[in-house]
Write a protein that binds this ligand. Structure first.
Ligand code: S3P
Length: 165
């Protein structure tokens, strides 16, 4: 069976929706950030601070190459996975790639009290607006898209839409 690969900006709901799909389908959920953290023995913040973003992207790329060879998993990716088009191309070979779209206001609402994301350190609103704007074409380019903007976030409905796809 194909993998289900969830992509989308930080706070788009990839992990939450992934958990709900896992509950409903019985498929295992693989969370890329969690795997990277576990293997590195340090947090995402520490990886960025100690080795830099380029090193994190290298770890991410290697993990994509590994996971794209598996099957039957739900894979929750990090928001920056779209920065390298090879990542999406590799996942598409063995999986259904679904992008969860979200607007800046909803992201800010969801990550306001979260300090685990190094790219949002400092002025969160500014970082979200700028990053989202620069990545928008990359998220829009994914074939299957579901909008998760809004409050409250509709995780169950989103999970069901992914399963229907
Ligand atoms: C990142 C998103 C994060 C994490 C890292 C970089 C990004 O994952 O991989 O902080 O570049 O958008 P989430 O999307 O799960 O927050």
């Amino acid at each position: 069976m194909k993998n289900i690969v969830l992509v989308g900006f930080m706070g788009s709901g990839k992990t939450w929706v992934g958990k709900l799909i896992a509950e409903r389908t019985g498929m295992p959920l693989l969370d890329m950030d969690s795997i990277i953290v576990e293997r590195a023995g340090k947090s995402i913040n520490e990886i960025f601070a100690d080795e830099g973003e380029a090193h994190f992207r290298k770890l991410e790329r290697e993990l994509v190459q590994e996971l794209a060879q598996t099957e039957g998993n739900i894979i929750s990716t990090g928001g920056g996975i779209v920065l390298n088009p090879d990542n999406i191309a590799d996942f598409e070979k063995t999986g259904l790639v679904v992008c969860l779209l979200v607007d800046a206001e909803s992201v800010l609402d969801r990550v306001r009290n979260d300090d685990t994301r190094p790219l949002l350190a400092g002025d969160k609103e500014k970082a979200i607006v700028e990053l989202l704007e620069s990545r928008k074409p990359l998220y829009e380019a994914v074939t299957h898209k579901i909008n998760t903007s809004g409050r409250p976030f509709p995780p169950v409905q989103t999970a069901e839409e992914v399963i229907a796809l």
